[in-house]
Design a protein around this ligand. Structure first.
Ligand SMILES: Cc1cc2nc3c(=O)[nH]c(=O)nc-3n(C[C@H](O)[C@H](O)[C@H](O)COP(=O)(O)OP(=O)(O)OC[C@H]3O[C@@H](n4cnc5c(N)ncnc54)[C@H](O)[C@@H]3O)c2cc1C
Length: 307
């Protein structure tokens, strides 16, 4: 199959990006920016100033340049080779976390783990379960990241975002957004820019205790030293994808260097030089086995980009 290559070479477009203050990083290897260590090459556009986003997206649309939003790359399986879109990535402003009483205003580009610990040190808890979830706050909002019985959506009071429908930057109240299990009501082309969280007051030592418990649970059950994207499949209602895969004896199954983790059957790791093609073949094989044995079609938790 012939694949379209998307590179920004037109000097007028390059000049317009410069005027908007957007940094162009041509030929970025996404394998270097994803936790799976998989992904082909494309141009990356770095955005410092949120206000430039509407003009940037108008420019890309008018030039027929498709785009994707990249956060920390920890929940992505990106295709191999030359990719048919560019990626947009936010650059964190400084300071990227501002506290006011029980509210934390956080930039979408901020690191999620650092946000949890910064808030904790200021006696704001609730997010202990998110410790160890890699990536950015924007990615966590989009995915409604959660673990150990909590999810980020519970604490969201406001989100500043670029809304694709209105083609402008708006602020939504938390109660205007639905946060479900690894799913949110944002439109696919909405871009999270900042969030206001309301967090319960708790003394730091108590939060730290919770953080240590969650860290311990992760260490005991997940292949933390290996390249992965966390859980590949969502859990179907009342069932555990990992348990089903484990019961089928599929831990250790591999296609090339793509492997079902020996530690956690819903984590698939890149044990060397796995390609997206290898990983996808492994995912399909496991999905088919689960469907055949349990009659369930597993839904993806990982986001597939041209894989
Ligand atoms: C070891 C490991 C453990 C993990 N454990 C958990 C866990 O316990 N719970 C959990 O929920 N997840 C877990 N994950 C998955 C992942 O870390 C989360 O989904 C994380 O929130 C993704 O954030 P990111 O910034 O890396 O997003 P990316 O992977 O970059 O992107 C994910 C999706 O969000 C979109 N996106 C990213 N930023 C923005 C933005 N600013 N605006 C609009 N869309 C955006 C992307 O377009 C893409 O669709 C784990 C991953 C790993 C590698």
């Amino acid at each position: 199959m012939r694949r379209t290559i998307m590179r920004i070479e037109d000097s007028k477009v390059v000049g317009a990006l410069q005027e908007l203050g957007i940094q162009l990083r041509p030929g970025t290897r996404l394998s270097e920016l994803t936790s799976l260590g998989i992904g082909g090459t494309t141009d990356r556009l770095l955005i410092k100033n949120h206000e430039a986003i509407p003009d940037l997206l108008n420019l890309l649309d008018s030039q027929g340049i498709p785009h994707r939003f990249l956060g920390g790359g920890s929940n992505l399986l990106v295709g191999d080779g030359e990719l048919p879109w560019v990626v947009l990535q936010l650059v964190s402003s400084q300071p990227d976390i501002v506290l006011e009483g029980n509210f934390a205003k956080v930039d979408a580009a901020a690191d999620l783990g650092r946000t949890v610990t910064y808030c904790a040190k200021n006696d704001l808890g609730g997010m202990e379960g998110l410790i160890g979830v890699p990536g950015t706050v924007g990615g966590a909002l989009r995915m409604n990241a959660g673990a150990y019985g909590m999810q980020i959506g519970t604490y969201v009071r406001e989100v500043k975002l670029y809304r694709s429908a209105a083609r402008k930057i708006e602020t939504l109240r938390g109660d205007q957004i639905s946060f479900e299990y690894r799913h949110t009501s944002f439109a696919p082309d909405d871009m999270m820019l900042a969030v206001k969280l309301e967090l319960p007051s708790k003394p730091y030592p108590e939060i730290l205790k919770g953080i240590r418990i969650c860290n311990e649970k992760r260490r005991a059950s997940q292949p933390l030293g290996q390249k992965s994207a966390g859980c590949i499949f969502k859990n179907p209602p009342g069932a555990s994808s990992g348990r089903m895969i484990d019961e089928l004896g599929l831990k250790g199954l591999n296609v090339g260097d793509a492997r079902v983790s020996d530690r956690h059957a819903n984590f698939f790791v890149n044990a060397g030089k796995a390609s997206a093609k290898d990983m996808l073949a492994l995912i399909s094989a496991v999905r088919q086995r689960v469907e055949k044995s349990f009659g369930l079609i597993l839904e993806f938790e990982v986001v597939l980009w041209n894989a």
